[in-house]
Design a binder for this molecule. Structure first.
Ligand code: CA
Length: 455
C-alpha cells in the first residue's frame, strides 16, 4: 500500500516530464492556424478522439471540444490581463500556443487512461474537500502555497472550495484571484477577511496588474464562504478540511458566528494550521498582533474539531537546515511571467536579497501535507496542546489524549521534501523550459536511498 501510494507523485512527474520532453520536436501535436486571439483550431490531428472528448476539460487554461470527427477545437479560457500588463504580447502568444499543444497531449493521455482503466481497476485516493486560508501579504511562501493548492485541485487530489485572505481588505483577494486566473482556476471563490489584519505586500500589484480578470471573480465575506463550503460538504455527506497559512482570525470569526460553531462541528474534519515553534517560541502567524494572538488562543481552545499544527519542525532539522521551495520555478520559468516568479522578484527587490535557492517552505509544506496522504508525504502526527502566552510566545505540550496534534516528518532527508513539493509547483505549468523536468527525473529515489525503511 505504502509503496503504491508513494509511486503516485513519481508517476505523475514522469508522465508530465515525458510529455513535455517529447512534445517540442513532435509536429503531430503542434497547434496550427490561430484564427483569433482566443481560439486555435487543430487541423493536423493524428490522435483519435473518443465520443467523450467533448467532456474533457484541460484543467489549466484550455477547454477542449470535438465538434466533428476530424477537428478538435481548443479554446483558451480568458486569462486576466490588465491594460497595464507588463507581459509582452508575443509572450502571451507563446504561452497560448503551448497551452494548445498541451491540451492535445492531455487528450492523448486521457484516452490512454481510459483504455488502461478498462484493464486494471485501481482505487482512486479519496478527494479531500479543502479551503485554504492565507495571509498572502508580506512573504512569498503563501504564493507557493496557493500554487500547491491549485495544483492539487487540478490533479484532482483535492476539491478546492475556496481561498480566504486573513490579511485585511480586497487587495489580497484580487491578487489571489489573479494568480488563480493564471493557473486556469478563475472559478474558485475568494473570501475577504471580516476582521483582517492590516498588512502590505511587495507583490500584490505586479500579480494583479498582469493576471487579474473579472472573469469568474466571486468575492465573499470569509465567514459566509466558509459556511457555504461546509453546508455543501454536509449536503454531500462529506467533510471539509481547512488549511491556514496565516492568521487564525477568519476561523475565530467563524467559530463565533451564530451558525458557524455548529457547522464546523458537524461539517469540518480538521483544521491544519501553519504556525508555532516547538516546544515554545515566537511565531508570526500566532502572535503578529494582539488580534492574531487572541485568534490563535481562541481557536486552540474552542475548536470542536482536531487541529493539526505544522510548526517550524515541519521544515527545519536540528542543524537548522530548511526545506526551501520556489527556486525551481524561478530557474525554469522561461518567460519569467509565472506569478510565483513575479512575487519572488518583487520580494527580492524590496528586501535586497536573492531567492534563487527558494524560500522557506512553511506554508507550502502544510498545504502539500494536508492535501496528500501521510504515506505519500512521509509525515505523521503526535498529540499535542498549544497555547499562546500574553508575551506572544506559543507553547506546545504533549498530552496523550489531546484533540490536536503536531505534524512531523518521517525523515531528515530535506532534499526529498523539496523535490516532492517542487514537482507539484511546476507540473504541467506552461512556459517552463525543459531542464527543470530533467532535473526532477534526476532526483534520487527515496526508497533506493532508504532500503531498510520498507517492512
Ligand atoms: Ca503565510
Amino acid at each position: 500500500m505504502k509503496k503504491n501510494l508513494m509511486l503516485i507523485p513519481a508517476v505523475l512527474v514522469l508522465v508530465f516530464a515525458y510529455m513535455f520532453i517529447t512534445s517540442d520536436n513532435d509536429d503531430m501535436y503542434n497547434a496550427a492556424g490561430a484564427e483569433t486571439a482566443e481560439e486555435t483550431t487543430i487541423t493536423d490531428r493524428t490522435i483519435s478522439v473518443s465520443g467523450d472528448a467533448a467532456a474533457v476539460r484541460e484543467q489549466q487554461v484550455i477547454s477542449v471540444s470535438a465538434d466533428a470527427a476530424a477537428d478538435v477545437k481548443i479554446t483558451a479560457a480568458p486569462v486576466g490581463r490588465a491594460a497595464n500588463s507588463t507581459i509582452p504580447d508575443e509572450v502571451y502568444e507563446k504561452i497560448r500556443e503551448q497551452n494548445a499543444a498541451r491540451a492535445l497531449r492531455k487528450l492523448a493521455l486521457y484516452e490512454a487512461l481510459q483504455a488502461s482503466s478498462d484493464e486494471e481497476e485501481e482505487e482512486a485516493p479519496p478527494k479531500i474537500n479543502m479551503v485554504v486560508d492565507l495571509d498572502y501579504d508580506t512573504d512569498v511562501d503563501d504564493v507557493v502555497a496557493l500554487r500547491i493548492a491549485a495544483q492539487l485541485h487540478r490533479y484532482e487530489r483535492i476539491r478546492l472550495m475556496g481561498v480566504m485572505a486573513s490579511s485585511a481588505g480586497e487587495q489580497p483577494c484580487q491578487c489571489m484571484h489573479a494568480q488563480l486566473c493564471h493557473d486556469g482556476l478563475s472559478d474558485i471563490p475568494v473570501g475577504m477577511a471580516r476582521n483582517g489584519i492590516v498588512t502590505g505586500s511587495p507583490y500584490w500589484k505586479v500579480i494583479t496588474d498582469n493576471y487579474f480578470s473579472m472573469y469568474g471573480y466571486k468575492l465573499y465575506d470569509s465567514v459566509e464562504l466558509y459556511k457555504k463550503a461546509i453546508r455543501e460538504c454536509i449536503a454531500n455527506d462529506e467533510k471539509l478540511r481547512i488549511v491556514t497559512t496565516g492568521y487564525l482570525t477568519n476561523i475565530e470569526a467563524l467559530l463565533k458566528d451564530p451558525q458557524g460553531y455548529a457547522l464546523v462541528k458537524s461539517g469540518v474534519e480538521s483544521i491544519w494550521i501553519t504556525g508555532g515553534v516547538y516546544p515554545k517560541g515566537y511565531d508570526h502567524n500566532l502572535a503578529h498582533t494582539e488580534e492574531a494572538m487572541q485568534a490563535a488562543n481562541y481557536v486552540s481552545l474552542a475548536s470542536p474539531v482536531p487541529l493539526v499544527y505544522s510548526s517550524q519542525l515541519s521544515i527545519q532539522n536540528e542543524a537548522e537546515d530548511v526545506i526551501m521551495v520556489g527556486g525551481m520555478v524561478l530557474a525554469s520559468d522561461t518567460y519569467q511571467t509565472d506569478p510565483v516568479t513575479l512575487s519572488f522578484r518583487a520580494y527580492e527587490k524590496r528586501n535586497n536579497t536573492s531567492l534563487s535557492s527558494g524560500r522557506f517552505a512553511w506554508d507550502p509544506f502544510c498545504v502539500w501535507a494536508a492535501g496528500l496522504s501521510p504515506e505519500e508525504t512521509l509525515t505523521h502526527t503526535v498529540p499535542i496542546n498549544m497555547t499562546v502566552a500574553t508575551n506572544g510566545w506559543n507553547e506546545f505540550s504533549y498530552e496523550k489524549s489531546a484533540n490536536s496534534s503536531l505534524l512531523l516528518r518521517d525523515t531528515e532527508d530535506l532534499a526529498w521534501y523539496t523535490a516532492q513539493i517542487e514537482a507539484w509547483d511546476i507540473a504541467g505549468i506552461s512556459g517552463y523550459s525543459l531542464p527543470s523536468y530533467a532535473f526532477i527525473i534526476g532526483n534520487p529515489d527515496y526508497e533506493a536511498l532508504h532500503p531498510d525503511e520498507e517492512p
